[in-house]
Write a protein that binds this ligand. Structure first.
Ligand code: ATR
Length: 285
């Protein structure tokens, strides 16, 4: 860690459009305080037409930031404008974490690491089976497919209302990933040890379809990357049917860890107080 980072601290951002609903400043602010670090992390709204200018100012050092997080709608452009995107970002075609190093802009995507770290923390052994079912083929499902594949699942079944989108992802992520229409859901759930919802079904109080999870393997885990509400209708159904469930809030918290460590030089811990802080914030809005 260099001296300036130690004494004055460095500044990091989360950018998006809009970005005011982002909970990232709360998460990083909590860790900065807990670790008694002098840096800052703040929301910095940038509309799409100004994003390239913002990245240029980041690269030439005039922005005042050492790096930050990127959210909707900038993740794909951030990847394209980075000098050194890593392999994870290259395969996804999108980056959510940027940092300057030796005058070059590096980029990664931490969503997949957030996904696996959350399951490792809340349900160790979640990765013991060979077969996973992923519902949804939108932007949010990509990092999940990549993470599940990289953890070693041998058969990954992506089920989506628009099967063409699932097929695009099967083509992108290799021959362990298979695409199916909604009608195939029950069939592909046979014997699966992991079920992941990546769709917006059941988000924010919206109705969700009824799913019969009984075809899953004994001891299977059901998780949702949606965390508003914390216990989504799909998780409630899976729990009522006797399956272990893991909510999606931990993915949000854990995906923040690598960025914080890179910008501020200390590896933070996802603890219960942080989780409680975000839940309290969710209850306010
Ligand atoms: P994100 O980037 O957050 O994943 P998205 O790209 O809009 O958002 O994708 C949303 C996902 O939820 C998609 O898989 C979408 O299915 P389609 O690809 O067929 O649109 C799925 N989804 C949303 N509403 C749905 C509904 N009512 N029934 C089934 N799937 C739905």
């Amino acid at each position: 860690m260099d001296d300036s980072r130690e004494t004055q601290g460095v500044n990091a951002f989360v950018t998006g459009h809009p970005v005011k609903h982002s909970r990232s400043p709360l998460i990083h602010g909590y860790w900065l305080k807990q670790l008694q670090l002098p840096g800052s992390y703040r929301a910095h709204e940038v509309p799409a037409e100004d994003f390239a200018t913002f990245i240029a100012s980041l690269k030439n050092g005039t922005s005042g930031f050492v790096g930050g997080n990127v959210t909707i709608p900038h993740k794909e452009v951030a990847f394209k404008l980075a000098d050194r995107p890593d392999e994870l970002s290259k395969e996804l075609g999108a980056s959510n974490t940027l940092w300057l190093q030796d005058g070059e802009l590096h980029a990664t995507n931490t969503d997949g690491r957030g996904f696996t770290a959350n399951l490792d923390e809340r349900h160790a052994g979640w990765d013991r089976s060979d077969r996973a079912v992923i519902l949804g083929a939108g932007g949010a499902s990509r990092a999940v497919i990549q993470a599940v594949r990289d953890r070693g699942f041998k058969e990954i079944h992506v089920v989506n209302r628009t099967v063409e989108r699932a097929q695009e992802l099967a083509d992108r992520f290799g021959d362990r990933v298979h695409a199916h229409p909604m009608g195939a859901l029950v069939d592909v759930m046979q014997g699966a040890g992991l079920f992941i919802n990546t769709t917006s079904l059941g988000m924010d109080g919206e109705a969700a379809p009824t799913i019969d999870f009984s075809a899953l393997a004994h001891g299977a885990v059901v998780t949702d990357i949606v965390y508003v509400p914390l216990k989504t209708p799909l998780l409630t159904q899976a729990e009522d049917q006797g399956f272990a469930i893991v909510d999606g809030l931990g993915m949000l918290l854990h995906q923040a860890v690598p960025g914080f460590e890179t910008w501020f030089g200390r590896r933070p811990v996802v603890d219960e107080a942080l989780r409680a802080l975000i839940i309290a914030d969710m209850e306010k809005h």
